[in-house]
Design a protein around this ligand. Structure first.
Ligand code: SAH
Length: 256
């Protein structure tokens, strides 16, 4: 079903300035508003009113930005573009994961609640909006196949769909990521990627009834080389990926 398209802006959220840079360059009639100690960029992208924002890093910061986007800027759809560590088998650097749903890997109120369950929500995972996620998947496939990524294009890059785990920790050890993957699998969660913000965005969107979708480019494998893979990837590749995928996404959205 196509959601109700009110003329409210669509929010495009990134975690890091390097991920957002290319998007600001695309903005028509940009206007910067500082609110809650953050810069929000208002303008038009492909004829659509948008607000670009940085979640900053971690779940609390991401929840603050998401709340501000909804309460102050009146957004009714949120799309997140960022990077993540690949955990699932075959989820490699340069691939994209479009989230189906989110879990917090560092949430543990046991024995009061089952491990990973959101206390008082009666659930562990929060699903993304299917309509927006389908578009984001289509846009990611198109962007990865296009020549416009130039030298940043990874041969054999794949677009995956699946569960993403968020937590307030940069996961960077082969042993640690194996353990995390194993514990989550034991609890029935087949995690494809790990990052630090998505589940917080998801929780705020659930509370407000705002549809959201998330794509993460894999910057590292959350292993011992992650501290080296991550910075160079973010510097060189995250921005053109976000730029190309969001352009393709807005293009597809304008045709719906
Ligand atoms: N000092 C760095 C910190 C980045 S933290 C900087 O400011 O540049 C890592 C960011 O990338 C977070 O936004 C997180 O969502 C994502 N990320 C990428 N790889 C990750 C991993 N292996 N574990 C957790 N988060 C990861």
């Amino acid at each position: 079903m196509i959601p109700d398209f009110a003329p409210s802006p669509i929010a495009i959220l990134s975690a890091l300035p390097q991920e957002q840079r290319g998007l600001i360059e695309l903005l028509h009639m940009p206007r910067k508003v500082n609110h809650a100690n953050r810069d929000f960029w208002l303008g038009d992208l492909h004829g659509q009113p948008v607000v670009l924002a940085l979640s900053k890093i971690g779940k609390v910061a991401a929840a603050t930005t998401t709340t501000a986007l909804i309460e102050r800027f009146g957004v009714r759809r949120i799309v997140f573009t960022g990077v993540a560590g690949g955990l699932g088998a075959g989820v490699e650097v340069g691939d994209v994961v479009v989230a189906t749903d989110f879990v917090q890997h560092d949430l543990d109120a046991s024995p009061l609640y089952p491990r990973y369950e959101l206390p008082l929500y009666g659930r562990t995972r929060i699903a993304c909006d299917i309509f927006l996620s389908d578009l984001l998947f289509e846009a990611s496939c198109a962007a990865l196949a296009s020549e416009s990524l130039g030298i940043h294009r990874f041969c054999n890059a794949r677009v995956h769909r699946g569960l993403i785990a968020s937590g307030d920790r940069f996961v960077c050890g082969a042993e640690e990521s194996r353990r995390l993957l194993g514990l989550m699998a034991q609890a029935g969660h087949d995690v494809q990627a790990v990052e630090m913000e998505g589940a917080a965005v998801a929780q705020v969107c659930l509370d407000y009834g705002v549809p959201f979708a998330v794509m993460r480019t894999i910057s590292d494998r959350a292993d011992d080389s992650a501290p080296f893979d991550f910075p160079s990837f973010v510097e060189k590749v995250a921005s053109p990926y976000a730029q190309n995928i969001i352009e393709a996404f807005l293009n597809l959205l304008s045709k719906k």
